[in-house]
Design a protein around this ligand. Structure first.
Ligand code: HEC
Length: 153
């Protein structure tokens, strides 16, 4: 009996090492230390949330709608589909308004840009991530996404 449980432990240890080894072979874990969290114990819990930031669109939009669509719908990027219905997207979430005809709403490029950069400037309690302020999307990426939304009629 004793030797079986010892074997079991050895098997479990081998399994753990294999799994750990596999995890180690994958891409290194991203560094989230600059992002605030809700922890009482981790350092990220002591970081202040970035203040809402009004950013105006400079010059003409110059966005690429096709690129914007890819960026907006990629799960590892804008992932707007987590909350919004969008043209050409599948399995959307429902927390935000339907954006599939956004381009028919008559909104300007400038207000759309500012909203995606940081929706908290419109609604301080919004669920929508401050994509620009938090560095999730760059200025050219937001321009592409605005072009995509404006082309969604
Ligand atoms: C976690 C959910 C969530 C995600 C992810 C999200 N949004 Fe939103 N979005 C919202 C909510 C909720 C609103 C409604 C505004 C509010 O919060 O008052 C909104 C509003 C908007 C509006 C304004 C719509 C209008 O008619 O005025 C735009 C434009 C928009 N989102 C674009 C985007 C884009 C582009 C992305 C991806 C880069 C995105 N959102 C990702 C939740 C989200």
């Amino acid at each position: 009996m004793k030797s079986i449980s010892a074997n079991c432990r050895a098997a479990l240890a081998a399994l753990f090492l294999t799994t750990a080894g596999q995890a180690g072979a994958q891409a290194p874990a991203p560094d989230y230390s600059a992002y605030p969290c809700l922890s009482y114990t981790l350092d990220c819990g002591k970081l202040a949330t970035r203040k809402p930031q009004v950013k105006m669109l400079e010059g003409t939009l110059n966005g690429n709608a096709e690129k914007g669509k890819q960026l907006a719908q990629a799960r590892n990027n804008g992932n707007c589909l987590a909350c919004h219905v969008m043209k050409g997207g599948s399995q959307p979430g429902t927390r935000g308004p339907d954006l599939s005809h956004y381009g028919s709403a008559g909104r300007s490029d400038a207000e759309t840009y500012t909203a995606i950069h940081d929706m908290r400037t419109r609604n301080p309690d919004t669920l929508m991530p401050p994509f620009g302020t938090n560095g999730i999307l760059s200025d050219p990426e937001i321009r592409d996404i605005v072009a995509f939304l404006q082309a969604s009629k």
